[in-house]
Design a protein around this ligand. Structure first.
Ligand SMILES: [Zn+2]
Length: 235
């Protein structure tokens, strides 16, 4: 029975490794970090949208105001070197005054737009800066998880070699019953009788089943509930 016990122990060990690999605390931490990163990406999209709208409004205003400023500069240069008659000069001054008031209106508007844009740009930059440590944490956790998984995989591969060697020592009939139970019940194809219970499924065996199992009349005694091959408790 010791071979069967060794096989049960090896398979349970392998199952623990599988569970360990699937439930690394670092994986849970990575999940939390990734959720937070997703939340921040969504927040960044909102902030950047507001920034882009404000920047577009400023640009649109400048597209109108810049030609006016150039025109104003040209007219002022013309006025300072004017050689024409007084009437021409008056018309020139009138146009300058008209354009200057338009430019002043645009200046006021663009100052307001720039003041609105500044905190929006800062909000985007702040969020990007504050998110850097999280991005670094995600990378570090990813590397740690890969390392831990590689180490578990290595141990699991060695354990599988060991378990296959043990399984090869079993008789054909026991091994087939064990493999079949392993396929159906998972974890291991055998279980220990602990008191009057199968320790694979924790079901109490009937006195009749216990008697039959103790007598060992059948080549393979299986738990009537989970089908695992029953062996005496190892402790
Ligand atoms: Zn059972």
């Amino acid at each position: 029975m010791s071979t069967l016990s060794d096989l049960i122990d090896a398979d349970r060990w392998i199952d623990r490794l599988v569970q360990q690999r699937g439930h690394l605390p670092e994986s849970a931490q990575l999940g939390v970090v990734e959720d937070e990163l997703r939340r921040r990406v969504a927040e960044l999209k909102v902030r950047d949208g507001a920034r882009a709208n404000a920047a577009a409004a400023l640009e649109q205003s400048q597209q109108h105001s810049d030609p006016l400023r150039q025109r104003l500069a040209t007219l002022r240069a013309a006025a300072s070197s004017a050689t024409g008659g007084a009437r021409d000069l008056v018309a020139l001054e009138k146009e300058i005054s008209h354009i200057a008031s338009d430019v002043a209106r645009y200046d006021d508007q663009e100052l307001v737009l720039m003041e609105a844009l500044e905190p929006l740009e800062a909000a985007v930059a702040d969020l990007k800066r504050d998110t850097q440590p999280l991005i670094a944490q995600r990378a570090a956790l990813g590397a740690t998880i890969a390392e831990l998984q590689a180490s578990i995989d290595e141990e699991m591969a060695a354990k599988r070699v060991e378990r296959d060697a043990v399984a090869a020592q079993l008789s054909e009939v026991v091994r087939r019953a064990y493999d079949e139970a392993l396929r159906r019940a998972g974890v291991s194809g055998g279980a220990y009788v602990d008191g009057n219970r199968c320790d694979g499924c924790r079901i109490a065996l009937s006195p009749l089943d216990l008697d039959r199992w103790r007598q060992g009349s059948a080549a393979v005694s299986a738990c009537p509930e989970c089908g695992r091959v029953l062996v005496p408790c190892s402790s």
